[in-house]
Design a protein around this ligand. Structure first.
Ligand code: 5RP
Length: 223
């Protein structure tokens, strides 16, 4: 068992009969979905909402019933990966480009459980490039505004020679902050910026972080 698998499987144990579950995106969330799929095959009855087309397909492969958002008020739990986790359980997410749907699902959940291998634990957020989802219309203006305001390198995410397009039809600008001193301040400022749809800072959203280690151990950190 590797670190991501250990974290994913441990989080799946939190899923109980009758729950509505948010399914995250990425290589760690993959293991949680795989395990939940095994539990469903053994008779567990749940319903789920996926945070990306990729996770939707994975859920379908494992016969995990997906439910339209209109039929859901709150989710009991959401389980998702992260790119960085700091001691306050603030996160950088969006390395896989699914940050908008991931945040929508996370804030709608009674319990947001983050699963990560131990390399994701950091003292300060910002070494990982912060993904910022921006609207395609006049995206050059938004990019220039962010570059001028923060004076850090920001690059448009690419998919080969084309600009990367999210599941929501937007672009992503990846910003190299290096060290983010006040995650909440930056989060609020970005959120208030015209042209920015969402960003990968998750501050005050995670309730629990399950860290996986290469020897198969897990560490549960709760707020
Ligand atoms: O935020 C995400 C996708 O948008 C992922 O959860 C994050 O990038 C971590 O991915 P992985 O588990 O593959 O390391």
């Amino acid at each position: 068992m590797n670190a991501k698998q250990a974290a994913g499987y441990r989080a799946a144990e939190l899923v109980k009969e009758g729950m509505t579950v948010g399914l995250g995106t990425g290589s760690t969330a993959y293991y949680a979905i795989e395990k939940i799929g095994e539990m469903v095959a053994s008779g567990l009855r749940i319903r789920a909402i996926a945070t990306s087309k990729a996770s939707e397909e994975l859920a379908a492969k494992y016969n995990i019933p997906l439910v339209p958002a209109a039929e859901v008020d709150r989710l009991d739990i959401a389980i998702d990966g992260a790119d960085e986790v700091d001691p306050d359980l603030s996160l950088i997410k969006g390395g896989g480009g699914a940050l908008l749907r991931e945040k929508l699902v996370a804030v709608q959940s009674d319990r947001f459980v983050v699963i990560a291998d131990s390399n994701k634990k950091v003292a300060h957020l910002g070494q990982f490039k912060l993904p910022i989802e921006i609207v395609p219309f006049c995206y050059e203006w938004t990019l220039r505004l962010l570059e001028t305001r923060y004076n850090v390198p920001i690059e448009m995410r690419m998919n080969g020679n084309e600009l990367y397009v999210t599941d929501n039809g937007n672009y992503i600008a990846d910003a190299s902050f290096g060290k983010i001193d006040i995650p909440k301040g930056l989060s609020d400022e970005l959120k208030a910026t015209t042209g920015v749809v969402e960003h990968g800072l998750f501050v005050g959203i995670a309730h629990t972080v399950i860290v996986g280690y290469e020897d198969g151990r897990t560490e549960v950190i709760a707020k």
